[in-house]
Design a protein around this ligand. Structure first.
Ligand code: ZN
Ligand code: ZN
Ligand code: ZN
Ligand code: ZN
Length: 292
């Protein structure tokens, strides 16, 4: 039972290693072992993940000088380990771990002959799915066999197992297939692709019509606002005229009242002056009469 669990755990590690980016993680040992004996690759093993070291670094602390094995680790594994373990050495815990690039091993690993990693993954997958049923008919194969350092170029440029998106992806076709199958898909689905393009054009047209409608509505609203404003302005002008007229009339009224008042006062003044003069005369007459 314990053994079965271990198998599963090992399987998970393997999958994780292969699915990580080739640029960073170490290489699946089982993949390399397809073309080599265990003995041949034992000096390329990453001491952290036990797979084939990618960008090998050599650990050179003086503490391990007596160890009789190559102390190689993949660059990514080592950096991750140091980061997670407070810079403590992966061989035995101590500070100030010393390491450097090992260019010889790097070149040797780069020169290893490998099969296509996608082909390897596909074989793992189908072996899992069709256990004991033999080869699945009609399955595409990549027969690449070349140097590990040339694999990335193969994967991006010429691998038959390279999945590509349909040219009509932006129109809504979610199909992905191997590069060499794309032509078939394009020919067989011309109607579907045509319909996708037509549908997109239709929806764009509708959107444009909606926008047009919106613009016309806004235009009408602006015109209505202008009309309202003009009317308001007219009303204000009439109001101002009325107020002016009213004011003029009131002014006139006040002025005429004022004139009348002045006249009345003048008349009263004249009468008072007259009365005073008469009184003065009378008083003079009295004085004359008394003298006589
Ligand atoms: Zn590693
Ligand atoms: Zn060390
Ligand atoms: Zn390939
Ligand atoms: Zn398509």
């Amino acid at each position: 039972m314990k053994q079965a669990n271990e198998e599963v755990a090992k399987d998970e590690v393997k999958n994780e290693v292969t699915s990580l980016s080739l640029e960073q993680s170490c290489f699946n040992k089982d993949w390399i072992l397809r073309l080599y004996q265990e003995e041949y690759i034992k000096h390329f093993i990453c001491l952290i993940c036990k797979q084939i070291a990618n960008n090998p670094m050599e650990i050179e602390c003086p503490q391990h000088a007596s160890m009789d094995e190559s102390l190689i680790s993949g660059e990514h594994c080592l950096k991750l380990f140091l980061k997670d373990n407070n810079n403590s050495c992966p061989i035995q815990p101590h500070d100030n771990c010393q390491y450097s690039r090992n260019n010889v091993v790097r070149r040797q690993i780069g020169d290893l002959t490998v099969i296509c990693i996608r082909q390897f993954e596909q074989e793992l997958k189908t072996a899992h799915e069709t256990e004991g049923e033999g080869e699945t008919p009609g399955l595409i194969k990549c027969d690449f066999k070349g140097k590990l350092k040339d694999l990335n170029t193969h994967l991006t440029n010429e691998c038959r197992l390279n999945l590509v998106n349909c040219w009509f992806e932006s129109f809504g076709c979610n199909h992905t297939c191997f590069k060499h199958n794309l032509n078939n898909h394009l020919i067989e689905n011309m109607k579907l692709h045509f319909d996708l393009v037509t549908r997109l054009l239709q929806s764009m047209k509708q959107e444009i019509q909606l926008k047009d409608k919106y613009i016309i509505e806004k235009d009408n609203q602006i015109k209505q606002m202008e009309r309202n404003f003009q009317q308001e302005l007219l009303k204000y002008r009439v109001d101002i005229e009325t107020i002016k007229k009213d004011f003029n009339e009131k002014e006139k009224h006040i002025l005429s009242n004022h004139d009348k008042l002045v006249k009345l006062l003048e008349e009263k003044n004249a009468k008072l002056t007259q009365n005073y003069e008469q009184l003065l005369q009378k008083s003079n007459q009295h004085k004359e009469e008394e003298k006589n």
